[in-house]
Ligand binder design. Sequence first.
Ligand SMILES: [Zn+2]
Length: 189
Amino acid sequence: MALPRFCSHCAAPLPHPPPVTCPGCDTSHWLDAKPCAGALVTCRGKVMLVRRAHEPWRGAWDVPGGFCGPREHPKDAAAREVREETGLAVEVGGILGMWIDTYAPEGPEADKVTLNIYFHATAESPANPWTDPNEVAEIGWFAPDDLPTEVAFPGHIPAVLRAWRESLEALPRTAATARHAEASHKAFA
Ligand SMILES: [Zn+2]
């Protein structure tokens, strides 16, 4: 996103980058972080990541997610992005955390600031009906001790994955979760 140089209301040149008030018509111009939402889809103790099929960070593993619509709740955006990228219907739960980052490492979108909101989510089954090949090159399920190191958006994705792993470790070791872990081991063996 190039910084705006002209007023969007009257087209007068702006004296400096936003925040700025147009000298011609008094319209205020701001630069805001773009809200983004993503989901840590967990199934049988593993998290679903997607390998990006486009820039930025093409080829790197990423948490499924994307930009929120103007009136779209981040929770709905997270579910929609997962469905669009992987075909998977998920149940979105509580917030894992929020991280601020820039969208691209260089080029015209390097100025775009993102506010990335991540949610816990669960899938009934790890079966993926399809992927959108324009968005996703590959889907992978990763155990907490086997997370990829080549990840997209290195300004925040490593911290997101650490937070996800720590959230699993914080789970009480009840009989139910022990049984769950055992079932998971069998399913992925
Ligand atoms: Zn103006």
